[in-house]
Design a protein around this ligand. Structure first.
Ligand SMILES: *Cc1c(COP(=O)(O)O)cnc(C)c1O
Length: 397
């Protein structure tokens, strides 16, 4: 079994459909799902050779699996990374990078605007192992620089961020890390490699929750780590093999097949979200709309430099605070109230009472998570229907 075709100068849409495909002797066109935990060897000698590494091949699906390999190879091609490691969830990916790459005494600098569970790992779990941290306003390059210490080993950011869609300058932060011999990890879940490839701007490690846009249909959990060969060889591989956050071959297969349509879907998500953002921006009951490619976004220039379109996420603030936001949520007939994102179905959440509920009021205020803020993951329905649903629901406020 081998990779049948090798990417030459394939463009990203072709890579999404073709990269990493390995055909069995049956020459199936659709990638096979190898639902197996173990692999039989021809002989004890071969088993020994696989364990010493002298003979190439799979040993156990916690270590590797052909379907998972196809997913990883395709992801690496799309992000422009040397290696990819798939994981069971996005949080497994983030945690594995921190725990394999850091040790007691190390220091992390991270942007405050962070996915809730990532914040928990940085603030609550890492300090138990003597790893300290500083949180900064990710949009302030000087703040990143000022937070650096001699023991800083990793910088962590997500862009666009959850839920206020602030943009971090990947190139500037990567330069600060390079100057200090530290690594930058970028959570690229909101943009996906179809819209943003952080390694092109100097990021060392990219992580994904493939649960989101990569799956794209709200079906299965997964994560991916993309990094350079030396980080994989010296830190990640042995950690993953022995701690076991491995992805199920079934979930890897779903996400592999989803990559075939990622580029098309992200284009459609971006077109729909831009339409919805403009509709909301012109509505008198909306106080503020946040969308990276709108001219009124404070960092639209940087967003346009880093991303191919504005993505599928829109944040907006309604009149009437929490009561107004809840009235809107209750009146929606098409858009679902749900804290997930990156689905073909449009989903809306009220961050103050859901995803950001555990933060202090002060921390929420710093992030711009106000009582009237809603986060909308714009799906692939017809944009006219989405605007119509929002329009009728806004009448309830
Ligand atoms: C969902 C998400 C995660 C966590 O991923 P899971 O697959 O839910 O574990 C991390 N970062 C961002 C930005 C996310 O949206």
């Amino acid at each position: 079994m081998a990779t049948n075709k090798k990417p030459g100068n394939w463009k990203k849409r072709t890579l999404g459909v073709r990269a990493g495909t390995m055909r069995s002797p049956f020459q199936e066109t659709s990638e096979a799902l190898y639902m197996t935990s173990g692999y039989a060897y021809e002989s004890p000698e071969e088993a020994q050779g696989r364990f010493t590494g002298e003979i190439e091949g799979y040993q156990y699906s916690r270590y590797g699996n052909p379907t998972v390999t196809m997913f990883e190879t395709r992801m690496a091609a799309l992000e422009g990374a040397s290696v990819a490691q798939a994981t069971a969830t996005g949080m497994a990916a983030v945690s594995a990078v921190f725990l394999s790459g850091l040790k007691t005494g190390d220091h992390v600098v991270a942007a405050k605007a962070m996915f809730g569970s990532c914040l928990h790992v940085v603030e609550k779990i890492l300090p138990r192992f003597g790893i300290t941290y500083t949180l900064v306003d990710g949009t302030d390059n000087a703040a990143w620089k000022a937070a650096m210490k001699p023991e800083t080993r990793m910088l962590f950011l997500e862009t666009p961020s959850n839920p206020t869609l602030s943009i971090v300058d990947i190139k500037a932060v990567s330069k600060i890390a390079d100057d200090a011999g530290a690594l930058v990890m970028v959570d690229n879940a909101f943009a996906s490699p179809a819209l943003q490839r952080p390694m092109e701007f100097g990021a060392h490690i990219v992580v994904h929750s493939s649960t989101k846009y990569i799956d794209g249909q709200g079906r299965a959990m997964g994560g991916v780590i993309l990094c350079r060969q030396d980080f994989f060889d010296n830190h990640l591989q042995v950690f993953i093999r022995n701690t076991g956050p491995s992805i199920s071959p079934f979930n890897a297969w779903l996400h592999l097949k989803s990559l075939e349509t990622l580029d098309l879907r992200m284009k459609a998500h971006g077109e729909n979200a831009a339409r919805v953002a403009d509709f909301l921006g012109s509505h008198k009951k909306i106080k503020k709309v946040l969308y990276p490619f709108r001219d009124d976004h404070p960092q639209t220039k940087l967003a346009r430099a880093q991303m191919d379109n504005g993505g599928g996420m829109v944040a907006f603030e309604v009149d009437g605070g929490k009561a107004g936001a809840f009235r809107l949520g209750n009146a929606l007939k098409l858009i679902d109230v749900c804290n997930n994102l990156g689905d073909a179905k449009s989903l809306i959440t009220h961050p103050e009472t859901t995803t950001h509920q555990k933060l202090t009021a002060e921390a929420r205020a710093e992030l711009g998570v106000t009582a009237g803020l809603l986060r909308l993951s714009v799906g692939l329905e017809d944009a006219d229907d989405l605007c119509e649903d929002l329009d009728q629901a806004l009448k309830a406020i």
